[in-house]
Design a protein around this ligand. Sequence first.
Ligand SMILES: [Mn+2]
Length: 372
Amino acid sequence: MKIIHFSDTHLGYNDLDILNEENINQREADFYNAFSQVVEQIKLIKPDYIIHTGDLFHRSSPSNRAITFALEQFKIIDSLDIPFILIAGNHSTPRTNLSSPILRIFEGFKNLHVSYNQEYKKVEFDDIVFHTLPHMNDDTKALSQIELCEENISTCKKNVMMMHCSVGAWYLMQEFGEWVYPSDKEYIFKMMDYVALGHWHGFGKVGKHENVYYSGSTERTSLNDKRNSKGFIHVELNDTLHVDYREIKIRPIILKEIDCEEFEESLKTLDASDTKDAIVEVRLTNLTALQSIDIQNTDIKNLFPDAMSVSVKREFIHEQNEANIDGVEALSLEEFFLEHIKEETKEKEYERLKFKVQELFAQYEDISNDTI
Ligand SMILES: [Mn+2]
């Protein structure tokens, strides 16, 4: 039995303010391209089942373009007559019950099985049961749903568990409302033939569990994610489990360093041949304040004429702080507000208020997302 497992496709994500020839944000187009590559592979491999473990869209209220793209691709997948099981991740789950879950648009496709209601859902076939646990905002409810999953484990069919969460504290993405799977329930994994996870953006097996895998995302949602390998999982489930990671082709991120202590020499030895269409990040190291005035970002960018984008980071020789002149990252209002409270209140009070503040901002974000 062959299963294709992919995840965290974040359709609609955009970045870098660069438009392609069709006037679409280039990074947004990259995410559509990554998704299409997986669909092309599905057509070739013809698996028995396809599973997606969450964060199909980047936002819980995606743009028209992202929705249109997803519907077009799902029509293709649906026509292959292969069951496709999909769960909601934290990015596709509304934070309040004021908005309706976007994955509802996929109800009614013949081969599509969607799980998004913050509850356990069993999707059963002749030879296999998919135990889906979509993202849940409420930990107490989540526990009861895990128990429901445990009760439904089949003794005569294959069992696959699907979740969008962090197993332990290792796979947290530093996002609001992440779901951490309770460690005292990890024994359930042993009763499964395969546990398919989403949320963590790198491919990998989880700790000591032999059958628990993150497929990783299909593109990078942050330039801090330096991984150049993204892809999906090809699972062979017979008497034994065989997990095979398949890479897709994504836009590379290339790191370069120019040592400003030996500035002329560094420029001479600089190799830009591997930067065509890449996202290039250049570190100017050992920089003095005086040199920094002389070196223009545009001059550095001109060293990589074929790159898609070039960002310059300046690291000064005497200062420990790294200054990023090009894009000083601004604190969000929420972070700024929390910093302020942290300074003004005792720790316990801070913890209480922090929760309130995050909740308020989440509500605000949901409302403003809906009105755009
Ligand atoms: Mn994600």
